[in-house]
Design a protein around this ligand. Structure first.
Ligand code: ADP
Length: 747
């Protein structure tokens, strides 16, 4: 027995189906573990390695988990093990853990793996007693490890587990699916084809539903909500009507576990046959398969997994070992934990409800946002608005952008326009932001004017960075009155919030300003008050992280330290989150500024790191981090001090951060925010209330903020809110980058 060290030893393993982000979780377990004073052992190949022992169980040092954030899959391997399902297998596993002095486990896997972990823990005292009786284990050693402590993280692309809003890998899987669907859409349109695309999800429709919402698919089949009998005719009618209105391609998404009302599978091939026979459509089937599990993890998966891995290891390092196993997940972007098996049972219950044909209950268990997304999808996929109710007079609602472009803006406009039309309102678009408003470029939108917009980057309506001044007010009032606009939806950034505020504060002078205004936050900077997240920030973050991955590869090759400058205006969100997702040593934020003492310390750390084997350095600097210590200044400083050890180079990422196709999250977010904002706008117009408000997400919940409170909510003279919850992640970012001696060695 090698258990001579007094330090606690924790095993970490990945098991079952792999998922992107598992590496980030393992890295965080190791690094936060070292910082918490425990030793972390990898159990390679999941339960298979635990049963086999020997070289499968090895300690992980700080540097062993360097450079793995961007890798898909799991570097410590995952497997399925029949042997672990047997008691004999679990006895061997217990022996091998004890052999290494390990009596606490961080298990990363799906409900199967976590169920196995729980059973193992329950049997642990008996397994040890059996090993003692067999003479394989000394009584004293067994007595030193009376319990096995377990924490679980959910690694699963399906996002079907209770106890967490998102599972590790689900966001990246959505990225893969949406990339594939976007690619299919272009070829489908060229040939006027229909595609039936099958996505993963045996008992869960999350990936199918969200990818349908994010790509504007025409029809979706999910296990939780089988279509009514006769769906074939309804599907064909929807697609026929779309074709008649000029759609050039159709996509039907089928979840792997899709069934009809009688519990029989809906096969992709059958859907194809229906489309071919009844509509004469040239139809192809694409099974996305394991592509969905592959590729580099998204920024979200990296950061969430880092948060979870760190919290889990810190918990288990401090918890009494006989504590009930806990599942670590996120709720409303905060790490939380809850009893593991309660969550596993609830998860399995959904599959049982589906099997029993109680679909409404299965749907309800998926939660409100899932159900709402399903309802939004159903309206958006119609080929045309439903006939207007003649009893209700439609309103004239206008949509416009103000501020810089943000990926996802188009998806928000599409949703607002279609939902508005579907409810019988006249939907107007003001083009090119304030410039267009002053020129009076207002046009009526129809159902097909926004066709295909969900996937497009940029701002199809055009936007401008001009802010309104009091000299513009008379003309603005004239245009608003001329077009008889009853309510305004502003989809944009800081300038749109200011404009909404201006309209509200000058309504007494200009009667045409007296109308409800609802802002939808869309800004890559994520600097808006009343919301934790704005549309566009997730795409920008992913763009930065992908670019930094490439920069890191080049830096490793040449012993370099890069100073990467990212956008954000006065807000450090993009800098901190991209630094966390790419493993930056140091992040400089406008919220904190830069001091000479900081620089002295950071340069010393960097030089010391390279002296001890570090091969690359990465510093992320937010564009307004400090007016004096600029990016060129930092580069000069690091270059000089790096001497023969390393070179320093700048990389100013620039406007690519504002462009590109929106990420799945931004599309989904845009849809939801715009849908709820439109409902509120209509209600305000109907009730004659002339508020200027903004929709946002705080603590995970949608809420509206009165923009008259804007001055009190933001930092004076700066573009950022006073309270920014993401700032709490600064400590984690440092913890992942700074190793306490004596463990320092390389990255
Ligand atoms: P996932 O964790 O992705 O749901 P599986 O259900 O295949 O994947 O489980 C992975 C491994 O976890 C299995 O190969 C087995 O070793 C172990 N396992 C799963 N369920 C149990 C169980 N009920 N008892 C013991 N071990 C289990």
């Amino acid at each position: 027995m090698s258990n001579v060290e007094s330090k606690k030893r924790i095993g970490v393993f990945t098991s079952g189906g792999d998922s992107q982000g598992m590496n980030a979780a393992v890295r965080a377990v190791v690094r936060a573990g070292i910082n918490a004073g425990v030793e972390v052992y990898a159990i390679h190949e999941g339960y298979k390695g635990m049963v086999a022992g020997d070289q499968y169980i090895r300690p992980l040092a700080w540097s062993d988990v360097g450079g793995i954030l961007q890798q898909g899959g799991t570097i410590i391997g995952s497997a399925r093990s029949q042997e672990f399902r047997t008691r004999e297998g679990r006895r061997k596993a217990a022996y091998h853990l004890i052999e290494h002095g390990i009596d606490a486990l961080v298990a990363i896997g799906g409900d199967g793996s976590l169920t196995g972990a729980n059973l193992f823990r329950q049997e642990w005292p008996e397994l040890l007693a059996e090993l003692v009786a067999e003479g394989r284990l000394a009584l004293g050693v067994a007595a030193a490890h009376p319990n096995l402590a377990i924490v679980g993280l959910v690694g699963s692309i399906d996002n079907d587990m209770f106890g967490t809003d998102m599972t590790i890998g689900a966001d990246t899987a959505l990225h893969r699916i949406v990339e594939a669907l976007d690619a299919i859409a272009s070829t489908a349109a060229s040939h006027q084809r229909s595609f039936v695309v099958e996505v993963m999800g045996r008992h869960a429709g999350y990936l199918a539903l969200m990818s349908a919402l994010a790509t504007g698919a025409d029809y979706v089949f999910i296990p939780e909500s089988p279509p009514p009998d006769g769906w074939e005719e309804e599907m064909c009618a929807t697609i026929r009507a779309g074709r008649e209105r000029g759609r050039r391609h159709n996509t039907v998404i089928v979840a792997e576990g899709a069934i009809n009302r009688h519990g029989d599978p809906i096969e992709s091939e059958y859907v194809k046959q229906v489309l071919t026979e009844r509509l004469g459509e040239d139809t192809r089937v694409t099974l996305l398969g394991h592509v969905q599990r592959g590729g580099s993890p998204s920024a979200f998966d990296r950061n969430m997994s880092t948060m979870l891995g760190a919290a889990a290891v810190e918990y288990i390092a401090a918890a009494p070992p006989d504590d009930e196993p806990q599942l670590f997940g996120i709720r409303d972007n905060e790490v939380m934990h809850s009893p593991l098996m309660e969550n596993v049972h609830k998860t399995q219950m959904v599959a049982q409800l589906i099997a029993a044909g109680t679909y409404d209950e299965a749907m309800a268990m998926r939660g409100r946002s899932f159900v709402e997304s399903y309802e939004i999808l159903h309206t958006l996929v119609q080929a045309q608005p439903r006939p207007a109710n003649p009893q209700r007079s439609g309103q004239r609602l206008a949509v416009m952008h103000l501020g810089g472009p943000a990926p996802g803006m188009n998806a928000a406009v599409r949703t607002a326009v279609r939902l508005g039309l579907d409810r019988g309102h006249t939907m107007l678009a003001i083009r090119n932001g304030l410039v267009g408003l002053l020129k009076g470029t207002v046009e009526e939108m129809n159902w097909m004017s926004v066709h295909g917009w969900v996937a497009r980057g940029g701002a199809e309506l055009g936007t401008s960075r001009h802010s309104a001044t009091s000299a513009d007010f008379p003309r603005i009032a004239e245009v608003l009155a001329e077009h008889r606009i009853d309510g305004l939806m502003l989809i944009g950034g800081w300038i749109s919030y200011e404009f909404a505020y201006q309209l509200a504060s000058h309504a007494h002078e200009y009667p045409a300003f007296a109308m409800p205004v609802v802002c939808v936050p869309a800004s890559i900077n994520n600097d808006l008050p009343g919301t934790e997240i704005s549309v566009g920030a997730d795409t920008a973050l992913n763009t930065i992280v992908e670019d930094v991955d490439k920069i890191k590869e080049s830096a490793v090759a040449s012993q370099r330290c890069y100073v990467v400058e990212v956008m954000g205006h006065d807000c450090g969100y993009l800098a901190l989150m991209s630094g966390l997702a790419s493993g930056a040593e140091r992040v400089y934020l406008p919220e904190e500024g830069i001091t000479l003492d900081d620089l002295r310390h950071d340069v010393r750390e960097m030089v010391d790191g390279f002296r001890h084997g570090k091969r690359l350095g990465l510093i992320v600097r937010s564009e307004h981090a400090d007016p004096y210590y600029t990016t060129p200044f930092l580069v000069s400083l690091y270059e000089k001090e790096g001497g023969d050890l390393f070179d320093a180079r700048p990389s100013i990422l620039g406007h690519t951060q504002q462009g590109g196709r929106p990420s799945p999250f931004d599309r989904i977010q845009a849809n939801r925010l715009a849908a709820v904002a439109l409902e509120r706008l209509v209600t305000l117009v109907e009730s004659g209330i002339h508020d200027s408000i903004a929709i946002g997400r705080e603590n995970g919940k949608l809420k509206f903020t009165d923009l008259r409170d804007m001055p009190a909510m933001v930092e004076p003279d700066l573009h950022r809110p006073k309270v920014q919850r993401w700032m709490a992640l600064r400590g984690l970012s440092r913890k992942m980058a700074e190793c306490r001696p004596p463990h320092r060695s390389g990255r």
